[in-house]
Design a protein around this ligand. Structure first.
Ligand SMILES: Nc1ncnc2c1ncn2[C@@H]1O[C@H](COP(=O)(O)OP(=O)(O)O)[C@@H](O)[C@H]1O
Ligand SMILES: [Mg+2]
Length: 281
């Protein structure tokens, strides 16, 4: 059976004006529907440019972008419909947040879509609860921490109930508590059936969070697959300037006699459990 894809690129070329190399270089990839996909790649590998194509802010100069199996078309009406189905959370929440409190900001998009006020209030309450923002609803946005701002930006996107959410570096510069809160929110969103995609530098996070990995390198897709397949290719990852997740690094350097027949541990709890079992036997 064919895997169903939420988003796909087929031979996408995109060149920013006055740059030597194209940012996307005949990029072909597909993001499985219902997945938690991490897009990995060095700085400048094209992650953000890819995301801007997914919501039609940028348009390929060659090739096509497909969403829900259909090639994107760029009329105003089609783009508005696309942006209901696909939500992009920018890396910098300042680019996204425009009003003065989380509640006002989260309701803004819904008002634009013509929803009735009681339904708007109910939807806002629901997403703000999900992202643990209820107590902050009326706090001035400029007084929020970065983690709180990032969750508010996510709430605004989530309120539109997209089927696909793309997050550009959602945990960068967050402290561990804010990161945990962000990931809890993403877990809840994914559990509702939304496809969740994040661009990240954090290999440890990608390894424990994602169920599908896409590796970009100079605007091309270098590898795509399940985390345990991708991170077993250590030489390939090191060659394109990516580190290895600590757990994967340790696991794949153990002798085969130890790892044989076991699936690679994705969390320190899994790893500890395996070590205890080994020590006992
Ligand atoms: N607005 C822009 N103008 C010109 N070049 C850009 C612009 N944005 C990105 N680029 C270039 O496009 C390439 C891909 O960038 P980007 O998509 O931001 O990568 P990433 O998000 O993986 O760091 C890089 O070489 C970058 O310098
Ligand atoms: Mg980027």
């Amino acid at each position: 059976m064919d895997q169903e894809y939420s988003l796909a690129c087929d031979g996408v070329v995109f060149h920013y004006p006055d740059t030597k190399e194209p940012a996307l270089h005949e990029l072909t990839l597909a993001i499985p529907k219902g997945s938690k996909t991490a897009v990995l790649g060095h700085n400048g590998s094209g992650k953000s440019t890819l995301f801007l194509h997914a919501v039609g802010i940028l348009c390929p100069q060659q090739g096509t972008v497909l969403q829900g199996g259909k090639v994107l078309s760029y009329s105003k009406k089609e783009l508005a419909a696309l942006r209901q189905r696909v939500g992009l959370v920018f890396q910098d929440p300042e680019q996204q947040l425009i009003l003065s409190t989380p509640l006002e900001d989260v309701s803004f998009g819904l008002r634009g879509s013509g929803m009735a006020e009681p339904a708007i209030a109910a939807r806002c309450r629901e997403v703000m609860e999900l992202l643990n923002l209820t107590d902050l609803s009326d706090k001035p946005i400029h007084q929020l921490s970065l983690g709180q701002k990032k969750r508010t930006a996510l709430a605004g996107v989530l309120a539109m109930e997209p089927e696909l959410i793309l997050l550009d570096e959602p945990t960068s510069y967050l402290d561990p508590l804010s990161e945990t809160q962000m990931l809890k929110g993403l877990e809840a969103i994914h559990a509702k059936g939304t496809t969740v995609v994040m661009a990240t530098h954090d290999m440890d996070l990608a390894y424990r969070w994602a169920d599908w990995i896409i590796v970009l390198d100079h605007g091309r897709c270098r590898a795509a697959g399940r985390p345990e397949e991708i991170f077993a290719e250590r030489e390939e990852l090191l060659a394109i300037g990516l580190g290895l997740p600590l757990l994967a690094d340790i696991w794949f350097s153990l002798p085969a006699t130890v790892t044989i027949g076991q699936s690679a541990p994705r969390t320190s709890e899994d790893f500890t459990a395996i070590l205890h079992k080994l020590l006992e036997s």
